[in-house]
Design a protein around this ligand. Structure first.
Ligand code: KG4
Ligand code: ZN
Length: 336
């Protein structure tokens, strides 16, 4: 089944064509980073207006790169929750209009579910059940994925997301936006041992907390010792974030007794996170799926993959499909 995926939940306008939920024929991402950079974060009003402008050209490019025409599309998958409401409505409206014109089904996809499915695009051997860490600018969640549509949220962040901590600390370090990739690069020249930051724990559970770490970095920079470079601070910050992400993910995997760990979301592009997660999974005999950076950050191929199983099973959200700004990941009812 040939599925067109559409993703407009935040600041990237994305369209992709995926065959049978696994084979990526095209995956186009029109980044808005240059528009939001000077504000140090995503400005919702600007993001929505840009989606309106970019969506049709992005869809056209996805079809062209895939070598298919609109009439070949057999189903449409679109992110409809959670996200910036105006941004989501742009994608959902386009998806519904196209589904109506083409007389094909449309499936609304939860953004976190799509990050989970990005792992299947990158790792053909991945099999349910697995523990999934979804770590991005807006989310830091641990979920147990038992089967398609069957997810249990195990943990989330009590305050800031890990990507947000990277971005806000990067601003304090005088780096550009988004800050995660800049910290990743700078940290390679630093010594994490020279600037050690606290690891927050939320009770005995698996929940995360990153706002204290961001504050600790800002305070540290106000009175930075002379022999500690900005690269050392970047390395210390990255080490603190990665340590907590890896530790809690492995605790979850052990508690659930799964064979596989899957990591997704923009922060999964972080080089230390990949290296540390790989090493710790190997030590414990766990198998690991981490997609390449292009499938970790927001994209529409993962949306097409997540929508495919429901479209294939005959589900059609139809013209009643709506967009929701907030909604936690929960079990998605199986297709009718
Ligand atoms: O998944 P994503 O593209 O969008 C959201 O849904 O948030 O994630 C973007 C986040 C940003 O906070 C960005 O700084 C972070 O992912 N990020 C990274 C790296 N690449 C992107 N964080 C750390 N290291 C990286 N290499
Ligand atoms: Zn995302």
């Amino acid at each position: 089944m040939l599925v067109l995926g559409i993703e407009t939940s935040c600041d990237d306008t994305c369209a992709a064509v995926v065959r049978d939920g696994r084979e990526i024929l095209s995956n186009v991402i029109a980044s808005q980073d240059h528009l939001h950079e000077k504000f140090g974060g995503v400005v919702p009003e600007i993001a929505c207006r840009k989606h309106v402008e970019s969506l049709q050209p992005t869809i056209r490019e996805a079809l062209e790169r895939a070598g298919v025409c609109l009439q070949d599309i057999e189903g449409i998958a679109v992110t409809n929750r959670p996200g910036l409401i105006g941004a989501l409505i742009t994608g959902v409206s386009a998806a519904k209009a196209m589904a109506l014109a083409l007389e094909v089904p449309v499936a609304g996809v939860h953004h976190l579910e799509s990050h989970i499915w990005a792992n299947f695009l990158a790792e053909p051997e991945l099999a349910f059940p697995f523990v999934s860490l979804i770590v991005s600018g807006g989310h830091t969640d641990l979920a147990l994925a038992r089967a398609p549509g069957d997810y249990t949220l195990l943990a989330r962040t009590a305050d800031d997301a890990a990507g947000e901590c990277f971005d806000k600390s990067a601003r304090a370090l005088g780096l550009g936006w988004p800050g995660g990739p800049a910290v990743d690069r700078l940290a390679r020249e630093g010594d994490a041992g020279k600037a050690r930051f606290p690891r927050a724990r939320v009770g005995d559970g698996l929940d995360f907390s990153f706002s204290g770490l961001k504050t600790a970095v800002v305070r540290y920079l106000q009175a930075r010792p002379e022999d500690v470079t900005l690269a050392d601070v970047a390395a210390g910050l990255q080490e603190a974030i990665v340590d907590v992400l890896v530790t809690n993910t492995l605790r979850a995997a052990e508690a659930c007794g799964v064979e596989w760990v899957a990591v997704g979301g923009g922060v999964a592009a972080n080089s230390l996170l990949k290296q540390r997660m790989r090493q710790r999974c190997e030590e414990r005999g766990l198998r690991l799926a981490i997609p390449p950076p292009r499938l970790c950050t927001d994209n529409a191929a993962m949306v097409a993959a997540a929508g495919h199983w429901r479209l294939e099973a005959g589900l059609d959200d139809g013209l009643e499909l709506d967009a929701f700004a907030t909604e936690p990941l929960a079990t998605v009812p199986p297709a009718a």
